[in-house]
Design a protein around this ligand. Structure first.
Ligand code: SIN
Length: 490
C-alpha cells in the first residue's frame, strides 16, 4: 500500500505539452490543498496564456497524422489506458481522496466509473459507421462519412476529477481528435496521473495536452477564439457554461455543455418506502452531494411523507464525517471553504423562509471544510433553496397531493438534468418519462450515471450527451460526398 507521501512523489506536477512534461513558461506554480486538513499537498505548474497557445499549437500539429490512425490503433491505446488505470486503481483513489475530499470507498467507485469510459470508447472506436445510398433519381451515389471534428478544448470540474476527464478524452481519442485539457485548479493531480497513464499507453505526442492553471479564463479565452479549435466541452456551472457558449459563438464552435442540475426526487404513495430511502441516500449522498445529478428537492406524497422522512433522517444521521482516508469516513469535507459557506447560506436562507431543521444544519469546526448531513422539512413552496443547486449533503423535503402536482413541482425549475421517481405503477412511470422535463430519469433508482448511457440535460442543464453510443457523435462531423454515376448521365 503506497503512503500519501510516496504517492505524491510519483505524480507529475508539470504541464504536458507535445508529449513533454515541462514547467510553466514563467516558472509559476499554484498550491493544491487537502480540503480535510487545509494543508498544501503539492505545487503544480501554473500554465500561462503562452502555454495555452503552445498546447493548441501541439494539438493542431498532431491533428492530421492522428486523424489518419486506424480505429483499431486508437481503440488499443484506450484499452491499454483502461488496464493501466485499473491496475493503478488504489493510486487514483488515494489521489482523488486527498485532493478532493471524498472517502476512499467513493473514490474507488469513481475509478471503476472513470475507467469504464476508456473501455467503452475503446469498443466504440472501431464501430464508427457511415452510409452509402443511391439518390432517388438514380443519378448520384450518396456517401456519408464521419470525420473527427478537430482539436478540442476540455474544461473539467473538481467533483469527479477522473471520470469527467475520461468521459471527454476517451470519445475524442476514439473519434480521432486531438485535445487540450484544462483540469480544475482544485484537483489537477488526478488529471496529471491520468496523463501519465496515456503516455505509458502509447498515445502519440500532441494528441493530449494538459494545462493546469489558476487563471482559467485568461488561458482558455484566447483558445476559444482561435480558429484552429473546433470543439469545446465543459462540465461545470450553468453560469460559466452560458459565458462559454457566448464566447464560442465567434468561431461557431461545436459545444457540449454539462451544466447545473436541480433534480427532483419524487416518492409516490405506492412506492416501496425502504427502497425509496435507499435510493434517496444514493441520490443525495453520492459524492457527499457534490454532484450535478444529486437529488436537490425531495417531493414526497403527503400520505407517506412521515414514514419516508423518519427513515431517511435516521440514515442521514448515521453518516460519519471524517477525512476520506479514515476507514470510518462515510462523508468527507466539501471541496473548499466557498462551497461549504454557500451550503451554509442556503440552509440559513431556507430556515428564514420557514423550513425546519430535522437534522444537522451547520458547518463542523475545522480544520477541513466539513458540513453536517442535513434534513430540512416543511420547506415552503418558493423557498430559495428549492431553486438553487445545493452541491452538498442537504436534503429539503416537501410534499404533494396528487401526480399532477408532483409533475408541476418537479418541472418548476430552469434546470433539467435528471429526475428520480419511486413508484410501483408502471403506467405512472411511463407517464413520468413523457411528462418530466429532464434529460435523464431514474425509476426506482437513485443513480443513473453509466458509461453505456447518454448523460446530459435539457433546458439550462446543457447541450449534448456524454457516454453511450451517442457520446462519440459529439466528436464527429458528418461529411456527405455526392458521386455522379456516369452510366446515368442523359
Ligand atoms: C457530475 O456531477 O458532474 C457528473 C456526475 C455523474 O457522472 O454521475
Amino acid at each position: 500500500m503506497t503512503t500519501e507521501s510516496e504517492l505524491l512523489a510519483t505524480i507529475p506536477t508539470g504541464l504536458y505539452i507535445d508529449g513533454r512534461w515541462r514547467d510553466a513558461s514563467n516558472g509559476a506554480t499554484f498550491d493544491v490543498t487537502d480540503p480535510a486538513t487545509e494543508q498544501v499537498l503539492a505545487r503544480v505548474a501554473d500554465a500561462t496564456v503562452q502555454d495555452g497557445q503552445d498546447a493548441l499549437d501541439a494539438a493542431d500539429r498532431a491533428r492530421r497524422s492522428w486523424e489518419r490512425t486506424s480505429p483499431r490503433e486508437r481503440s488499443e491505446i484506450l484499452r491499454r489506458a483502461f488496464e493501466l488505470v485499473t491496475e493503478r486503481a488504489e493510486e487514483f483513489a488515494l489521489t482523488m481522496t486527498i485532493e478532493m475530499g471524498k472517502p476512499l470507498a467513493e473514490s474507488r467507485g469513481e475509478v471503476a466509473y472513470g475507467a469504464e469510459f476508456l473501455r467503452w470508447f475503446s469498443e466504440e472506436a472501431p464501430r464508427i459507421a457511415g452510409r452509402y445510398a443511391t439518390a432517388p433519381d438514380g443519378r448520384n451515389r450518396l456517401l456519408v462519412v464521419k470525420r473527427p471534428v478537430g482539436p478540442c478544448l476540455f474544461i473539467t470540474p473538481w467533483n469527479f476529477p477522473l471520470a469527467m476527464a475520461t468521459r471527454k478524452i476517451a470519445p475524442a481519442i476514439a473519434a480521432g481528435c486531438t485535445m487540450v485539457l484544462k483540469p480544475a485548479a482544485l484537483t489537477p493531480l488526478t488529471a496529471l496521473l491520468l496523463t501519465q497513464v496515456f503516455e505509458e499507453a502509447g498515445l502519440p505526442a500532441g494528441v493530449l495536452n494538459v494545462i493546469p492553471t489558476s487563471h482559467a479564463g485568461a488561458v482558455t479565452g484566447p483558445l476559444i477564439k482561435d480558429s484552429r479549435l473546433r470543439k469545446l466541452s465543459f462540465t461545470g456551472s450553468t453560469e460559466v457554461g452560458r459565458r462559454l457558449i457566448a464566447d464560442s459563438a465567434d468561431q461557431v464552435l461545436r459545444v457540449s455543455m454539462e451544466l447545473g442540475g436541480n433534480a427532483p426526487f419524487l416518492v409516490f404513495e405506492d412506492a416501496d418506502i425502504p427502497a425509496a430511502v435507499d435510493g434517496a441516500i444514493a441520490a443525495k449522498m453520492r459524492n457527499g452531494g457534490e454532484a450535478c445529478v444529486a437529488a436537490n428537492r425531495f417531493i414526497v406524497h403527503e400520505s407517506v411523507a412521515e414514514e419516508f422522512t423518519t427513515a431517511f433522517t435516521a440514515r442521514m444521521a448515521a453518516f460519519h464525517p471524517a477525512r476520506g482516508t479514515e476507514p470510518a469516513s462515510t462523508i468527507g469535507p466539501m471541496v473548499d471553504a466557498a462551497t461549504r459557506d454557500k451550503i451554509a447560506s442556503l440552509v440559513d436562507g431556507a430556515v428564514r423562509d420557514g423550513a425546519r431543521v430535522a437534522l444537522g444544519g451547520a458547518a463542523l469546526p475545522g480544520p477541513g471544510y466539513f458540513y453536517q448531513p442535513t434534513v430540512l422539512v416543511d420547506v415552503p413552496d418558493g423557498a430559495g433553496i428549492l431553486d438553487e443547486e445545493i452541491f452538498g449533503p442537504v436534503a429539503p423535503i416537501t410534499t404533494f397531493r396528487d401526480e399532477e402536482e408532483a409533475i408541476r413541482l418537479a418541472n418548476a425549475t430552469s434546470f433539467g438534468l435528471v429526475s428520480f421517481a419511486f413508484t410501483r405503477d408502471l403506467d405512472r412511470a411511463l407517464r413520468l418519462a413523457e411528462e418530466l422535463d429532464t434529460g435523464m430519469l431514474g425509476i426506482n433508482a437513485g443513480v443513473v450515471s453509466n458509461p453505456a448511457a447518454p448523460f446530459g440535460g435539457v433546458k439550462q442543464s446543457g447541450l449534448g450527451r456524454e457516454g453511450g453510443i451517442e457520446g462519440i457523435d459529439e466528436y464527429l462531423e458528418t461529411r456527405y460526398v455526392g458521386i455522379a454515376d456516369p452510366s446515368r448521365r442523359d
